[in-house]
Design a protein around this ligand. Structure first.
Ligand SMILES: [Zn+2]
Length: 126
């Protein structure tokens, strides 16, 4: 456990991006939120917070992945028609960009939903 219990100092838009990148627990701010790159853990091993109570993005995250894929395909087509890069360069560029964007997008999506649910549940103290 950490001594500074209230995470209010870093709240706001930049806080949520950092939380998604590092997978920070909304209660204790330890990097315990994700057990796999884009899968939320069942509970926080540090403070015991039950993440399953707050994770509601499971059903829409497939749709979200498809949306990211469509955006990336549109970008790929635009770049292809504008610059006509060689195929190996496109593959070398798009493979890591696609994987990284989908994983980070899913993490951000799930983190935003989970933090919103967590803050709704614990709002009475504010
Ligand atoms: Zn925790």
């Amino acid at each position: 456990m950490r001594s500074d219990e209230s995470p209010d100092t870093t709240k706001g838009q930049s806080g949520i991006f950092r939380a998604a990148l590092l997978g920070l627990c909304p209660q204790c701010s330890e990097p315990t939120l994700f057990e796999a790159p884009a899968r939320v853990a069942l509970e926080c091993p540090n403070c015991g917070l039950d993440f399953t109570k707050y994770e509601r993005g499971g059903r829409v995250s497939g749709l979200f992945t498809v949306m990211i894929a469509i955006i990336l395909i549109v970008l790929a087509v635009l770049i292809e028609s504008a610059f006509r890069p060689p195929l190996w360069l496109q593959a070398a560029f798009w493979a890591p960009v696609t994987v990284g964007t989908v994983i980070y997008g899913l993490r951000l999506f799930k983190t935003v939903l989970l933090y919103a649910a967590f803050e709704n549940a614990g709002e009475r103290s504010e």
